[in-house]
Design a protein around this ligand. Sequence first.
Ligand SMILES: [Zn+2]
Length: 207
Amino acid sequence: MNKFIDISMLITPSMMVYKNKEEKKPMFSVANTLNKNGSYETTLTMNLHTGTHLDFPLHMIEKGSNSTNFNLHLINRQVKVLDLTSVKEVITQQDLVNKNIEQGDFLLLKTTNSQSELFDFNFVYLSESAAAYLVKKGIAGVGIDALGIERLQPDHQTHHLLMHASILIIEGLRLKDTLEKTYTMIALPLSIPGMDALPLRAVLIHE
Ligand SMILES: [Zn+2]
């Protein structure tokens, strides 16, 4: 058996992007070719919120903290996958109260979003009430298998609640191969300082 469960998205020109927006799709262009330049090189142009990524408070908060000096220990640790595949549309506090959630946990929310590689405008998201519950529980981080942790929120309450409580947010996970249990996660963002988000390669280790 493979030692790792890859929970990150493939980055391709046809990958799912938020609301299918053209400008969110990664663009690959040939910079050099062997024939013309002596070596083959590709240029990638990509929004940092495309694919699996880590959101920083700067994404939603003026002068919020950014990717500078991000401590890798914060996402290389034990994580708990919560199976929420029976949830329709939105995760509420009610969906979380019977789950084993403890202070300091890093939760990965597995929903039906992981079952399709097409963008669903009605993707399952985390409601304001559920975010408030997680803040009260004192979790350290939360990841979701949607390209947004919220939608239908003009004031982005879910993002704000989590970010003001210094709860880390990972978006765009692929969790279909995971079970509801604790795993060790290895997740390495690109090392770019000063950013509002960073692309992430994340895997879970089979115990
Ligand atoms: Zn984002």
